[in-house]
Design a protein around this ligand. Structure first.
Ligand code: SAM
Length: 307
């Protein structure tokens, strides 16, 4: 099929904010509003529970939720399936002694996802949410407040200026570093933290047509831009590796370019920081064992990992 047709087959995803209510309650409410538990590609009012991501619902691509009362009340989070993987893979423990960093947080969908996974209704665990951009930080705090996240401390700071040896962060075990994310490029390094920095955004599904039609040939400018982004991403991951208590780092992007994905992971794993900790790439058995794809076979040291 043409790229346009494949984009049209991507459902609209909604994550149930389990800080506000349960998926069972959400399903009941949707059915009382005329939705049906059925294939969203067969019926415009159909919806299904996702098979990979807990508490994620898929609707027909024509469905919109921006004006929906459940969205406005913070009960629904509008989040693509791909962008739900990082927090699920990071899987921070729901315990009082769980300390987590989201290095690049705004607008905060993954932060609120982590908060929910940590059971943030009360004050379970502690999540530092860093965002360097002032405007985006304001959006982040509004979003966290609407989602009812009680266990998050948003901080308007550049992650690269945060001292890994500051005693405040000595108990951090999990970290997320994100540059957006296509699920098939998801990479997982060693032990606990979320890193989602800025990437080219080439893998965002709504932009896929544009990518396929216009970006397939690399020109010089594009390559330079990707190199600069990759260099920044490497700095971010190495910085994450310097936090002494960190056991698990999830790095993700929403780019389809190996230079921002496999190459970044390879280079950081070969760094002094990775050797000192030490960090290694988690095996497919440890991360989403049911997920069939593991990056681009040509870009992996062991191509059998791709299957
Ligand atoms: N994780 C977010 C979510 O799921 O909603 C999306 C993150 S977005 C891809 C990247 C964000 O990281 C941007 O808001 C950007 O301003 C911020 N950022 C980039 N570099 C940063 C840094 N060094 N320190 C803190 N924030 C940074």
């Amino acid at each position: 099929s043409s790229p346009r047709n494949s984009t049209a087959r991507i459902p609209r995803h909604v994550r149930v904010n389990t800080l506000a209510w349960s998926t069972e309650e959400a399903v009941k409410s949707l059915i009382s509003r005329g939705f049906t538990a059925s294939d969203p590609f067969e019926s415009p009012k159909g919806f299904l529970i996702d098979e990979h991501i807990p508490n994620l619902l898929s609707f027909s691509p024509q469905t919109t939720f921006h004006e929906d009362p459940f969205y406005k009340a913070g009960k629904f989070i509008l989040q693509d399936k791909a962008s739900c993987f990082p927090a699920v893979v990071l899987a921070p423990p729901a315990r009082d002694d769980s300390f987590v960093i989201d290095a690049t947080s705004a607008p905060g969908n993954k932060t609120s996802h982590l908060s929910a996974l940590m059971g943030g209704k009360g004050k379970v665990g502690y999540l530092f949410a860093f965002e360097r951009d002032k405007k985006r930080f304001i959006t982040l705090t509004a979003m966290l407040s609407r989602a009812g996240c009680k266990n998050v401390e948003p901080v308007n700071v550049d992650f690269l200026t945060v001292d890994p040896l500051d005693p405040k962060y000595s108990r951090v075990t999990h970290m997320l570093v994100i540059h957006h994310i296509p699920a098939r490029k998801l990479k997982f390094i060693g032990a606990f933290s979320l890193l989602d920095p800025s990437c080219s955004g080439s893998g965002i599904v709504n932009r896929l047509d544009y990518l396929l039609e216009t970006e397939i040939e690399d020109d010089g400018d594009q390559e330079d831009r990707l190199k600069r982004l990759a260099a920044f991403q490497i700095l971010m991951i190495k910085h994450a590796m310097r936090f002494p208590g960190v056991q698990k780092i999830v790095y993700s992007t929403c780019s389809v370019h190996a230079i921002e994905n496999e190459h970044v992971v390879r280079e950081t794993l070969n760094s002094d920081e990775a050797r000192a900790a030490p960090f290694s790439l988690a095996s497919p058995k440890e991360v989403l064992p049911q997920w069939p794809r593991r990056g681009l076979p040509d870009e992996l040291e062991d191509p059998s990992e791709a299957l």
